[in-house]
Structures are given as structure tokens and as C-alpha cells.
Design a protein around this ligand. Structure first.
Ligand code: PGA
Length: 254
């Protein structure tokens, strides 16, 4: 990562793990992830755990986030959680467009765009996930796929709103599989994301945007990935449920 322009962000994605009755213990164990001043640590937790996690973290610099939100602010959407609700419960971030949501819950680029806008309206920082499938990588259309996802996610965002955006490059084939992109390949795609943002927002804003890598990041591969100039942090699934491993990844940003 290039420390001159951007802050490192290490975000945990607990996914649909950790019941409210378990959240306090895991969060307390996470408190030892004391981070460098220029690294932000975020725990993106199930919505029902948010209040408990927030309470444990209140004296710490670790932030909390949601994993999804609805694109409307309020209304008759049984079972949904709005960005405003996440914000009100203490969240600072929300993951938007994770590949599990795109592939299993039918989230299109259009829905992702609307959710990004809702998150920003509510005062949250969206962590926008983009990534290619294994088939798309084999076909050689990784960059085309990423450009479509990136451009549609920020479509309509002005320069002010754009400053709140964080991206996560998550190759679909690397999520939860134990396969990781090589640091060089991951860096190439993060660089392409930045180039795409530069076309729309110009050099300075794109240089200041944090772009994370996600997909089987762990304490062993994190140092090499985080050493790449365009990778500014990580979105961590499996390893974020293990406090020691997660702390080691945070430490690798220093
Ligand atoms: P993983 O998940 O680290 O378990 O691959 C990452 C993610 O899905 O955000």
C-alpha cells in the first residue's frame, strides 16, 4: 500500500457466523488488535450482533460495520435492515455487493449501485466488493468485468460522496476456497480499479481511495499481499473468526 496517500483498512467479515451470545467473547478477543494509527480495523458483523459488538468496542479504535443493507431508507420491506438502522446501531461501514449476495441473492450491479447510494445517504462508508469468476478469468475478461462493476457501483456519485467509498477486490474463485490470487495478480486488478476511478474522479481522489483485497487472506499470505503498492488492506472472512490470525493480519499492515 502507498502510505503517503491512503490508510490501510483491515475489515473482518464474520458472514452468517457468531450468535449474539457468542459475540461478546469473540469481540473481546479482538480488542488486542491494537492497530497502528494509520490502520483502520473494522468488524463487519451480523446485524443482530451489532449492538453487542459496538458496546464491547466502545473504548477502542476498532469500528463496526454491517454486511448488507436495503437500498430504501425505511418502509414496508419485511425482514430487511436499512443503512440508517445500521448507522443508528453504531456502524461506520457496510459491505455492499459481496459476491455471495450477488450470486445467491440476485444482487445485480443496479441493486449494488442503489445500496451504495443508500449507505452514503445514511452516513456509512460502503465497502464495495467486485471480482471475477474463475470462468471470466480463464476467458481473459477479468478487467472488463471489474470495470463494469466498478463503474456501475459509483454511477451518479459526486466527488464528495466518492471520498467515503472503499473498494474490495475479491476474486470469486478465491473466497472461502483456500486459493489466493498471487500478490502480483491481485495488485494488477487493484491498479485497474484505481485507473477506472481515475478516469471518472481524477488523479487525487483515486489515489486516496482504499482498495482492499479479499479471498482466503490469512496470516501467512497477508504480508506479501499488503506489500503491493495498490493493495491497501484486506477483507477477511474465515481468518477473521480466529483472533490470533486476525491480529497477525492487522500487524502485517505496519
Ligand atoms: P475468505 O472470505 O477470507 O473466507 O475467503 C473473504 C470474503 O468473503 O470477504
Amino acid at each position: 500500500m502507498d502510505r503517503r496517500y491512503r490508510k490501510a483498512i483491515i475489515a473482518a467479515n464474520w458472514k452468517m457466523n457468531i450468535n449474539p451470545s457468542e459475540a461478546k467473547k469473540l469481540t473481546t478477543a479482538m480488542l488486542k488488535c491494537s492497530s497502528a494509527k494509520d490502520t483502520s480495523v473494522v468488524l463487519c458483523v451480523p446485524a443482530i450482533d451489532l449492538t453487542i459488538v459496538k458496546r464491547v468496542l466502545r473504548q477502542s479504535r476498532i469500528a463496526v460495520g454491517g454486511q448488507n443493507c436495503h437500498y430504501e431508507d425505511t418502509g414496508a420491506f419485511t425482514g430487511e435492515v436499512s443503512a440508517q438502522m445500521l448507522y443508528d446501531a453504531g456502524a461506520k461501514y457496510v459491505i455492499i455487493g459481496h459476491s455471495e449476495r450477488r450470486s445467491m441473492f440476485g444482487e445485480t450491479d443496479e441493486i449494488v449501485r442503489k445500496k451504495v447510494a443508500a449507505a452514503i445517504r445514511a452516513g456509512l462508508r460502503p465497502i464495495i466488493c467486485v471480482g471475477e469468476t474463475e470462468e471470466q478469468r480463464e476467458m481473459g475478461i477479468t478487467e472488463e468485468q471489474i470495470r463494469i462493476q466498478v463503474k456501475s457501483a459509483v454511477y451518479g456519485l459526486d466527488a464528495d460522496d466518492f471520498r467515503k467509498v472503499v473498494f474490495a477486490y475479491e476474486p470469486v474463485w478465491a473466497i472461502g476456497t483456500g486459493k489466493t490470487a498471487t500478490p502480483e495478480d491481485a495488485n494488477e486488478v487493484c491498479k485497474a480499479i484505481r485507473a477506472c476511478l481515475r478516469e471518472k474522479y481524477g488523479a487525487r481522489p483515486s489515489r486516496g481511495t482504499s482498495i482492499l483485497y479479499g479471498g482466503s487472506m490469512n496470516e501467512e499470505n497477508a504480508p506479501a499481499l499488503l506489500a503491493m503498492p495498490h493493495i491497501d488492506g484486506g477483507l477477511i472472512g474465515g481468518a477473521s473468526l480466529k483472533p490470533e490470525a486476525f491480529a497477525a493480519i492487522v500487524a502485517a499492515t505496519k
